[in-house]
Design a protein around this ligand. Structure first.
Ligand SMILES: [Zn+2]
Length: 328
């Protein structure tokens, strides 16, 4: 808990002064004044001490202070948790799986070993909002060192037993900022095709609605002979009808407009072993970790930016999506 407090304080620019083995005085910066409602907060990790002194706020995993700090960290994209994933894979059988799936056709594949990677794991909640609201969760891992991004499982409940505490990592604010930047770009690239698809569907529905409204008002105007402007003094009525038509069309435009929002749900720093499989010359083509979704990750093509299976062509590996030679 003390470790969480120190990290949260460092990230949020909160001053921390230890006043006894279990009590601290926090100096809240002006930017967080509204959140905490005061300039100094006295905290303790000792339940009994907190119960006796109404001025002391309890810092425990579920106390309101902890939740408030975690919320502030999350909204700034700061990791709220740190963990190490313990994973001891059967490397030979994973190599056999990769070979069988023919993800990389041509070169002889070999195990390139298990490497520890420190990643920023971030989960987003995506809301597509139109007549019905669609919500879904997506997550990715960003390698702090290389900036590489892997899609990640959104629910790590099944891995809980394999998570152990991760001591300090030496990561700076700058590391986190760069990783967040990569995560957001990944999210944009992920959402773009879905957004385009939604917009196309909405445009189609809108066109149908507009045609229906226009047909209705065209018929109405024709019936009353307004289209010809035949009768004197009826121009007001025509004007009113046109206004009504315009209002209905605008309403439909609004109804079929797409709203899309992404909200950060959780941010953590995780050290995970990654099993790499590759060729003799390109040992890191495939990356495997139980955090990844799917667990076996194809190489990133540096031309089209997508993950793709590879095929050997004239002794070079070619991306199966854009057919460019993979440069590594
Ligand atoms: Zn490509």
């Amino acid at each position: 808990m003390e470790d969480f407090l120190r990290r949260a304080a460092a990230d949020l620019h909160i001053g921390v002064e230890q006043t006894s083995p279990t009590t601290w005085t926090l100096t809240i910066p002006g930017s967080l004044g509204r959140v905490f409602g005061k300039e100094t907060v006295l905290v303790t990790t000792d339940k009994q001490v907190a119960a006796l002194d109404p001025d002391l706020q309890l810092l425990s995993p579920n106390s309101s202070l902890t939740l408030r700090l975690a919320e502030q960290l999350r909204s700034r994209g700061r990791p709220t948790h740190r963990a190490r994933l313990e994973w001891y894979p059967d490397q030979v059988s994973l190599l056999a799986d990769v070979q069988e799936a023919q993800l990389i056709q041509g070169p002889n594949l070999q195990l390139s070993g298990l490497q520890q990677h420190i990643v920023l794991r971030i989960t987003f909640r995506i809301r597509f909002e139109r007549e019905v609201i669609e919500e879904k969760m997506v997550a990715c891992c960003v390698d702090y060192e290389t900036g590489q991004v892997w899609p990640t499982i959104t629910d790590i409940t099944n891995l809980r037993d394999q998570l152990t505490p991760l001591p300090s990592t030496g990561l700076t604010d700058e590391h986190v900022n760069v990783a967040l930047h990569h995560a957001r770009r990944w999210l944009e690239r992920l959402l773009y095709p879905q957004k385009a698809l939604h917009e196309a569907q909405l445009a189609q529905l809108l066109a149908v609605e507009k045609a229906r409204i226009n047909a209705f008002y065209d018929a109405l105007e024709e019936d009353s002979g307004l289209a010809l402007g035949a009768k004197e003094g009826e121009s007001n009525k025509q004007y009113a009808l046109e206004e009504e038509r315009k209002r209905l069309l605008d309403e439909q435009e609004y109804r079929y407009a797409l709203s899309l929002a992404a909200e950060t749900v959780s941010v953590a720093t995780i050290q995970t072993p990654v099993l790499h499989i590759g060729s003799k010359h390109q040992p890191h083509l495939i990356a495997i970790s139980p955090l990844f979704e799917p667990m076996i990750q194809l190489p990133h093509c540096q031309t089209c930016g997508r993950q793709a299976s590879l095929v050997a062509h004239k002794e070079q590996l070619v991306c199966n999506v854009c057919h460019q030679v993979l440069a590594q």
